[in-house]
Design a protein around this ligand. Structure first.
Ligand code: ATP
Ligand code: MG
Length: 259
């Protein structure tokens, strides 16, 4: 049996492909025979929706309840009733109530480690746990970084920002020194790529410069394709919608690269 690895998919910049990556990487890892748990740590609930939850706001038990129970030390967390067990992969969904957790975590002693407390006992049940995060570095994202083994950073050439990436690196560095010595950067993933454009080539050159040999850039790049939007529309992964599409093939390659 493998040791469980926990990935946080993070970038405080909005719309860089975090949720798409969390969804499709999880599906690709599950298709390769791994036991996978997806955890949605963004109150926008995009990951939950892309995994088939049409109305997250109608769910009675979500990540918010699981975090609250972990903070209170009550039964819910221990019983694991917050996990939706699926045929292919499991999910801890969330909804807008998770924004209340953000505030509660801020007021809790040791509030940075609550997600870690929730996920650690689950390591024995999964090969991979994938955490989707929100486009901000608040308490929820800090919890994801405190709970993970490594971070996957989706970067879109159109939205390239060296300043944003420097801020994220500094946060990861601080987390490593103060809260989670285990944390590593798994790699930077280029998403929404159109490799024929000047924009792509310029952004890639800047990124290569920024990373040097300190930070890995994945060989796999995710192409820009309308299939991703279609998959979101139908609340499925691109891999389930069309396993042969360019994005599905790329996410399958990414799963091999991180395994
Ligand atoms: N490879 C791709 N090709 C085309 N469109 C894509 C691709 N990946 C993501 N998108 C689209 O870009 C938008 C943002 O993607 P996504 O929601 O995954 O980003 P995010 O980083 O999770 O956003 P947020 O910061 O709001 O959480 C979505 O509309 C999605 O459909
Ligand atoms: Mg998202």
């Amino acid at each position: 049996m493998k040791n469980c690895k926990i990935f946080a998919v993070a970038n405080q910049k909005g719309g860089t492909g975090k949720s798409t990556t969390a969804c499709n990487l999880s599906n690709a890892l599950a298709n390769a025979g791994n036991r996978v748990l997806c955890t949605d740590l963004d109150p926008q609930a995009n990951l939950s929706m892309s995994l088939g939850i049409d109305r997250p706001d109608e769910l009675a038990i979500t990540m918010h309840e699981a975090l609250s129970a972990t903070m209170d030390g009550t039964e819910l967390a221990g019983a694991g009733g917050y996990i939706l067990h699926r045929e292919k992969l499991d999910l801890i969904p969330c909804n807008i109530n998770l924004s209340v957790s953000e505030i509660n975590l801020r007021n809790e002693l040791g509030g940075e480690r609550i997600l870690s407390e929730l996920l650690e006992p689950l390591r024995s049940e999964y090969d991979y746990i994938v955490i989707d995060t929100s486009p901000s570095i608040g308490m929820l994202t800090i919890n994801a970084l405190a709970a993970c083994d490594s971070v996957i950073i989706p970067v879109s050439p159109q939205l390239w920002s060296a300043t944003g990436l420097t801020d994220l690196m500094q946060t990861i560095y601080k987390i490593k020194h103060k809260i989670n010595p285990r944390i590593e950067i798994e790699g930077i993933l280029l998403t929404m790529c159109d490799e024929r454009t000047h924009l792509y080539r310029d952004a890639k050159a800047l990124l290569d410069d920024f990373c040097g040999d300190r930070i890995r850039i994945f060989d796999t790049r995710i192409p820009s394709t309308v299939k991703v939007g279609e998959a979101n529309y139908f609340s499925v992964s691109v891999i389930d919608l069309d396993a042969k599409s360019k994005a599905a093939v790329a996410y399958t390659e990414l799963a091999k690269e991180v395994s």
